[in-house]
Design a protein around this ligand. Structure first.
Ligand SMILES: Cc1cc2nc3c(=O)[nH]c(=O)nc-3n(C[C@H](O)[C@H](O)[C@H](O)COP(=O)(O)OP(=O)(O)OC[C@H]3O[C@@H](n4cnc5c(N)ncnc54)[C@H](O)[C@@H]3O)c2cc1C
Length: 441
């Protein structure tokens, strides 16, 4: 593909007719389409399920200048001494696995990778790092164990990927308000979190019961409404500013058979109209779509419409789409085996109705729905070019939405999808002062 050929802005008609207010600056660089992930549910909630019981934490991410490199090596040496055999350096298989990211453009080298296997290990890492490093800036590969209890709460260890969690929940007829694309991890819970069930149960952060957290001073705390409510407020949308999470407890939500799948269309006025109508008139919170407008070649594009219905039958709301001749389709009852590919515009109708106090302001008085332009490209050397292009594309879309009264330039950005480092006011609004106080208390 040529550079230009990789990019296409979603059709203006579909966007302008959407009922939600759009803020279109959330862009993801991706290397290829993801394959389907299996989600299915058929038995009742069970006492315990185990994923991979390894917690892996990447340190030394700042090691690019000479001085910080030395500090990174010193920190790694300290951690190595505290956790012998759990620190891995470049050239080892574990290091390579730990820094690998499913999006090549998101992969970063680090000085070392450490795989703590308990909260105590994690505290030791944080203490060692605090002794000689700037605050922790990034985590990378983590694997984890998850557990559920019988009163409808799921205990998910940090490091789980959502597709692993869904696979584990498959037998129990429940789901959780997590991600929709294989490869995305529990970090989603720190930045808001749109899921297939957001219109029914709210954002991921509004489904959190508690976090187990290792504070920057190495202390382990459980954060909930009853204990450390201010930190809970900060963690819900405040990203990785308050420590390292070892476990998150979330509400389990019922889910049986799902109707849905993906339909591919050639671009047409009919599709734009069907999308606009769905966005304007759908009132069924169980019915979701994500619509991708994808450049498939020079001067060639397609709509990929993913449908998800929480119910094991085909609801009438999708009929206008089904009446349009498709290039390909695999819709039907999915049990198990539902999936996501790329996302673009997601017309949620009530995801903010379940707002709990959180760093990310998402008041039901001002519903905003993210539009999420994506660029897929093959050569990492082009990353800077596409990065600039994403910004331009984002601004163009938002300018269009603003000019039509669909968006405002000061609309709060969904932290999970915000491109780069937007002004803090655009992430946290008037919560900034409170968040600073929480961080420094
Ligand atoms: C293909 C794709 C699809 C997406 N789909 C959705 C979607 O449907 N809905 C949605 O809301 N978002 C979506 N996102 C955005 C996604 O939620 C964010 O990229 C999120 O940050 C991913 O978290 P992660 O754990 O996978 O990534 P990571 O890069 O590992 O972590 C993200 C951030 O969280 C921090 N973090 C991770 N784990 C911990 C921890 N245990 N303790 C403290 N800090 C931690 C990291 O330091 C990092 O800053 C998508 C992203 C991609 C790439």
């Amino acid at each position: 593909m040529t550079r230009q050929g990789n990019v296409k802005v979603p059709n203006g008609q579909g966007l302008s007719a959407c009922r939600q207010h759009w803020h279109a600056s959330y862009l993801v660089l991706r290397s290829r389409l993801r394959s389907p992930s299996a989600i299915g549910f058929d038995k009742k909630l069970h006492e315990e399920f185990i994923l991979q019981p390894i917690l892996s934490l990447l340190v030394g991410f700042l090691g690019f200048t000479g001085r910080s490199n030395i500090r990174c090596f010193r920190a790694c040496t300290l951690i190595d001494a505290a956790l012998p055999g759990k620190v891995f350096y470049p050239g080892t298989k574990t290091y390579a696995e730990d820094i690998a990211h499913f999006q090549a453009s998101a992969e970063q080298n680090s000085t070392s990778a450490v795989n703590p296997s308990s909260v105590e290990d994690l505290s030791a890492v944080v203490e060692s790092e605090a002794a000689d490093m700037p605050p922790i800036r990034d985590l990378a590969r983590r694997r984890a164990a998850g557990r559920s209890d019988i009163n409808g709460k799921l205990h998910l260890r940090a490091g789980c990927k959502w597709h692993e969690i869904y696979a584990s929940l498959e037998p129990y007829n429940v789901t959780v308000a997590g991600g929709r694309v294989p490869g995305v991890g529990v970090g989603l819970i720190l930045g808001g979190g749109y899921s297939w069930i957001a219109d029914q149960y709210g954002l991921g952060i509004d489904n959190v019961v508690s976090f187990d957290l290792v504070l920057p001073n190495g202390t382990f705390v459980t954060v909930s409404d009853a204990n450390h409510p201010e930190i809970l407020f900060g963690l819900k949308g405040g990203l990785n500013n308050f420590g390292i999470i070892s476990r998150v407890t979330m509400y389990a939500r019922p889910l049986g058979a799902v109707w849905g799948g993906m339909i591919t269309y050639a671009p047409s006025d009919e599709i734009s109209q069907a999308l606009a109508d769905f966005s304007l008139y759908n009132t069924d919170r169980k019915a979701q779509i994500v619509a991708d407008y994808v450049q498939t070649g020079v001067d060639q594009a397609a709509w990929l419409i993913v449908m998800f219905y929480d119910g094991g039958f085909q609801p009438a709301v999708y009929q206008p789409f089904l009446d349009i001749p498709a290039l390909a389709s695999n819709v039907g009852v999915q049990n198990p085996g539902f999936f996501e590919y790329d996302t673009d515009c997601k017309p949620f109708i009530g995801a903010f109705d379940f707002e709990t106090p959180s760093a990310y302001p998402h008041s039901q008085n001002r519903h905003v729905t993210p539009a999420n332009p994506l660029i897929t490209f093959a050569n990492l050397a082009d990353a800077e070019y596409f990065h600039d292009l994403l910004w331009k594309m984002s601004n163009t879309i938002q300018a269009s939405a603003v000019s039509q009264g669909q968006s405002r330039w000061d609309d709060i950005h969904h932290p999970n999808l915000a491109l780069d480092d937007p002004p803090k006011e655009l992430l946290f609004g008037s919560n900034i002062t409170r968040l600073k106080q929480i961080k420094h208390s």
